[in-house]
Write a protein that binds this ligand. Sequence first.
Ligand SMILES: NC(=O)c1ccc[n+]([C@@H]2O[C@H](COP(=O)([O-])OP(=O)(O)OC[C@H]3O[C@@H](n4cnc5c(N)ncnc54)[C@H](O)[C@@H]3O)[C@@H](O)[C@H]2O)c1
Length: 314
Amino acid sequence: MTENISICGSGLMGSGIAVVFLTSGHPTTIYAVEESEERVREKVQTILEYLVEKELLSISVKNIALSHLFVSNDIQDVVANANVIFECIPEKVEMKQTLFQTLDELCDPNVILATNTSVMSITEIAALSKHKERIVGTHFWNPAYLIPLVEVVKTVNTSEGVMEKTVSLLQTVGKHPIRVNKDVPGFVANRLQHALWREAIHLIESGITDAATVDEAIKYSFAMRLPVLGPIENADLVGTDLTYAIHDYVLKYLNNSPEPSKLLKHMVEENQLGVKSGSGFLPWTEEKKKETEKNLFDHLVKLVKESEKSQVKK
Ligand SMILES: NC(=O)c1ccc[n+]([C@@H]2O[C@H](COP(=O)([O-])OP(=O)(O)OC[C@H]3O[C@@H](n4cnc5c(N)ncnc54)[C@H](O)[C@@H]3O)[C@@H](O)[C@H]2O)c1
């Protein structure tokens, strides 16, 4: 079924999510308040052309997608015919609360309102809205048109019907939605990612090894099996008894600080911001940044092509 999609925010995530729906035949309106219509069209077109170049999209679908794209800086156009609205504006809770309050007032109560927040409480974002049952988290990953996962987050107020409709819509556009049954900061995948990140930085801060070696240790070991063997499958494969014995011995030695690392704070204060300033944990040149980004995109395209989720849209 064709749904009218609206997307609030024309940035990295907004334009990427628009491509997901446009390439599946859904008319999509982008609410752009800071960028011209021409600039937003150009961004979407660049992504579509990249997908054509990588043989993930046919030229005819690209052309149809562009003909279904609408861009407006008028909120009335955004709410006019929308069935589902995805919010992709900056990660600032007050800003999101105000936008949801406006959308909630303007839209018919059966319109689904979804937020793409990375880690924030969906309940808090919905605080000023009246029809809280139609507000849901939909956490896409960047680049949204290549990474399949979308975390669909239920608050205590989100209706089961809204959860089901959201999951089903995401499946029909080739995404891999997962249900998150409790609205907790960081949802599922970001909690896992940041648990690893905390220990990675702690190993460097404690002088146990250097920054480059931490990445090497991951890339040349469990990262190789993760695509086919998740940690839970692995616990069962080695045995929950062995997993228990290892946790019983080692967990007390792992970092469990509720604060960000002091090393990280110091680096930010010293303007060691990573690629932005030329050095972070590692030294960066423009060439190395471009090479790293190219490697990442080439890798993701290869995975999408190999995956059962690959939907070469023709
Ligand atoms: N960047 C990522 O990797 C990533 C991944 C998943 C989720 N997210 C989340 O997605 C959201 C958007 O992130 P992004 O990376 O696209 O940010 P971004 O800065 O690239 O884009 C934000 C967009 O919002 C627009 N905007 C600002 N105020 C607005 C308003 N009041 N109404 C409408 N539009 C407004 C800006 O013009 C801009 O186009 C954030 O909540 C972020 O945490 C980001």
